[in-house]
Design a protein around this ligand. Sequence first.
Ligand SMILES: Nc1ncnc2c1ncn2[C@@H]1O[C@H](COP(=O)(O)OP(=O)(O)O)[C@@H](O)[C@H]1O
Ligand SMILES: [Mg+2]
Length: 314
Amino acid sequence: MNNDAIISVTNLVKRYNGFTAVDGVSFDIKRGEILGLLGPNGAGKSTIISILCCLLKPTSGRVIINGFDIEKNNNEIKKIIGVVPQEISLYHTLSARENLTFYAKVYGMSGKALKKKTEALLDMVGLTERADDRLEGYSGGMKRRINIAVALLHDPEILILDEPSTGVDPQSRKRIYDTIRKLNQKGVTVLLTTHQMEDAEDLCDRIAIVDKGKLIALDTLHGLLDMVGQSDIIHVMTKGIQPDTAESIRQIETVEKVSVDDGNMTIQLVHGREMLAGIIDTLISSGTRVESIQIKEPDLETLFLHLTGTALRK
Ligand SMILES: Nc1ncnc2c1ncn2[C@@H]1O[C@H](COP(=O)(O)OP(=O)(O)O)[C@@H](O)[C@H]1O
Ligand SMILES: [Mg+2]
């Protein structure tokens, strides 16, 4: 086990009546990092984090959190973890402030300490102004923000969020990202799951790619993208392409492959962005009327396709 690891998962397996949802997953989470589990629906992400939060027993494997074994030290682990589930577990006829107060009392807080904590958390998730409105009028994103506040009542060292931006409006999403970053800067280790590559790209120090119960890659965004190679793809739509135009494009340095289908040309090349001006020049000087041009650089979607043969988005 790596000494920097606050969470260490070894050969984790979970079977539901013979169906293997998690199939021998191992990874470490470093103290102070934001790690994302990225994978399509059904990949096993929620199952993995439910086990880490002691809500579900593994079929086999080992999980150590801050030196504690999930099989033996359940209570110790619950004290240091805050969980934001995908499903909202709040009282919809109560206000945000009342919900937070209720949960704070569950944690044994009272008086000034309770007041101070709940107000600070309402402020952190940006809901102070709406704090006395009943939750029934809240958007999905606002409810998610309250859920985050509830998860933070006991000052956890580790925050685990299941799909924090799914079904969330852009404004709440930004607020949720800001809150996660702020907590992380204060030293909170974050584990989140997502099926949206933007979450992984924008927020995570490292990304674990999960598919069909297996962890198929784990690295920084740059490290992962290096696995796909360096080629970019440029799509050009035109009014029609002369046969020798494709040949001229092929002559351009760094171009690896050119294909033409009707008026559409697809160019695979290295350093696409830098080469774009030269490509447009060549097209224009050969008399091609360009209607639109698009550049696609490798991203997590390309990587997922590369690793699994299926698309991340469905
Ligand atoms: N309680 C359960 N009983 C049976 N199968 C389950 C149960 N929970 C999840 N699964 C199955 O396990 C697989 C992984 O589910 P889950 O961990 O929820 O994936 P994700 O969070 O990545 O979408 C899915 O095929 C799902 O249908
Ligand atoms: Mg899930």
